[in-house]
Design a protein around this ligand. Structure first.
Ligand SMILES: Cc1cc2nc3c(=O)[nH]c(=O)nc-3n(C[C@H](O)[C@H](O)[C@H](O)COP(=O)(O)O)c2cc1C
Length: 204
């Protein structure tokens, strides 16, 4: 085997060894910012991932966005927004486990909470905020009174595992998640922090 062919084969081999472990990693390149922001999400079929990215976009793209399945180390971040999709009234196991394990240090950094639910395609109200934010995510994070939002999500049966898709057989796919609402929430969270620290008007 000539040297060029050997190197090429070698790189392909290394690539296939390394990539599968990171196959769900969303590479997001935030806009530089004085303060480090992160959005952490838990999702099944991606609605909370998209909400998280759009929340960051509402903040001018300064927040890095992490899937909880990557088990990210967020200790180096100043501000964290946490959110997740809802099935049977709760967020994914991985998110709940992560929050329980990391609540001790995370509680001082959580600046916003969000949930993405179906709510039988009806508008969300105080009942959903109480169930998914106050009695669920806020408790898991050990925080109270931070800005929060419950978004309506979507159903994409082709992205579900076959067993779950079968339970949804009678339901049509739908999409009620709106980028503009997610962006508005991102701005609200950012404003809530910059309002609290008037001594640093440019810090975000
Ligand atoms: C199996 C299953 C259970 C669900 N349970 C609830 C629920 O208890 N309450 C609710 O409001 N929405 C519920 N939904 C709707 C989801 O929250 C909504 O479709 C969300 O956008 C899914 O997020 P994902 O894209 O991360 O899967 C459920 C959806 C599925 C597929």
């Amino acid at each position: 085997m000539d040297r060029r062919h050997f190197l090429k084969t070698g790189f392909v081999g290394v690539g296939t060894m390394v990539l599968p472990g990171n196959s769900w990693a969303l590479k997001y390149y935030p806009t530089p910012s004085e303060k480090k922001w992160a959005v952490l999400y838990g999702t099944w079929c991606g609605s909370s991932r998209d909400a998280a990215v759009w929340i960051s976009e509402g903040m001018g793209g300064i927040a890095n966005v992490f899937d909880v399945r990557e088990n990210p180390d967020l200790k180096g971040f100043d501000h964290v927004i946490v959110g997740g999709s809802i099935r049977s009234g709760v967020t994914p196991d991985e998110l709940r486990e992560y929050l329980k394990k990391n609540a001790q240090w995370l509680k001082d950094k959580v600046r916003g909470l969000f949930a993405v639910c179906g709510n039988m395609r009806r508008p969300v109200g105080p009942e959903q905020t109480a169930a998914f934010i106050d009695d669920h995510l806020a408790k898991l994070c050990g925080v109270a009174g931070v800005p929060s939002k419950v978004f309506l999500g979507r159903i994409t049966k082709s992205l579900m595992d076959p067993q779950t898709a079968r339970t949804m057989e009678k339901m049509e796919d739908y999409d009620n998640l709106h980028r503009s609402e997610c962006m508005t929430f991102g701005r609200e969270v950012l404003d809530s922090v910059t309002r609290v620290s008037p001594a640093q008007p440019t810090a975000r």
